[in-house]
Design a protein around this ligand. Sequence first.
Ligand code: ADP
Ligand code: MG
Length: 357
Amino acid sequence: MKVVVLYDPGADDWTAEDVAAVMEAVDDIARIFSALNHQVQRVPVRHDMRWFNYCRRADLVFNLCEGVRGVAQWEDHVVGTLELAGIPYTGSGPWTTGTCRRKAVANTLLERAGLPVPRWTLAQGKIDDDFPLPAIVKPAAEDASAGLDRQSVVSDRKSLKARIAAMTEQFEEVLVQQYVAGREFNVGIVGDRTLPIAEIDFSTMPEGAWPILTYAAKWHVGSPEDLGSRPVCPAQVPQRLAERLCRLAEAAWRTMQGKGYGRVDIRVDNAGRPWILEVNPNPDLTDEAGLSRMAKAAGWEYPELVRRIAEGALREAQGTKAARELLTAPLTRPAPPAPPAPPALPAARRARAPRTA
Ligand SMILES: Nc1ncnc2c1ncn2[C@@H]1O[C@H](COP(=O)(O)OP(=O)(O)O)[C@@H](O)[C@H]1O
Ligand SMILES: [Mg+2]
């Protein structure tokens, strides 16, 4: 089988570390398929579309592309191109990647489906005076904790206004959301399996820092916020709560029409009520990242996780291909059945039959 591992080679402002973080998963996954005796190509996505020629000849595209030149919204077009061309690819489709990244759209859909989302609003430069505090101010269409730092959570009106003003300078859309104090959980989903739940343990967060996953916590290895946010998997939770979190994550995943693999981030407030923070299609697939940790807790080593994601994509594509063939075949009206012929008389009686005309 020919496998293309598709990725974003980055933009001019990417550091060597940023590039290395992407290449780690690309190389690991390429090695896994080579070891299975498949032909593998690592293909960077650029606007010149040369990448598409490689994909057209592939039996499977393993999509690690989270954007083009670091611009997240172009990810949807890459996925959409693969979808349109009928090339089997891993992970979610363009509708899901597009809607999940736009947090206001995702929140609206999740709420409409009756799922609990902390109160939120898009702050177009200003905000209602009665918006409950503390609140978190985040970019409305970014992920990976972009724009989140120690000042993201505000507990008085003045800081809220100042933070909105500062964020609006940097990001087109800014979302303000009621801050949920309590435990933070991640629920991973691969195919139709929900993996053991992980928790972020914030107990070693530096004094005065809000227990949230800031950009530094996610990406600056060894920073106080990284050291202060330790993932624990499987999470120590009572069975009933675990069940509740899994069902909630699955409902959110269905609502967002997730496919392949994903991760749902949830907080549980001090009264025990769960709240959905976001649904992540195609989450980080490096071996050290959350999904791999959860897969290990389910008994799958990293290559097994990668293989299952690929297998799911191929299975899905087979159904899609069959459906596409059925739908695109010319639909000719079948000829009406011929009227039944009169019953034939036995030869002897036919000879004696009277003439009628
Ligand atoms: N409403 C909220 N209440 C408490 N913490 C939040 C809330 N929203 C976000 N956070 C914190 O910020 C982190 C990143 O926010 P999230 O909405 O998941 O954005 P991203 O797409 O950047 O991961 C979360 O993991 C959580 O720690
Ligand atoms: Mg998140």
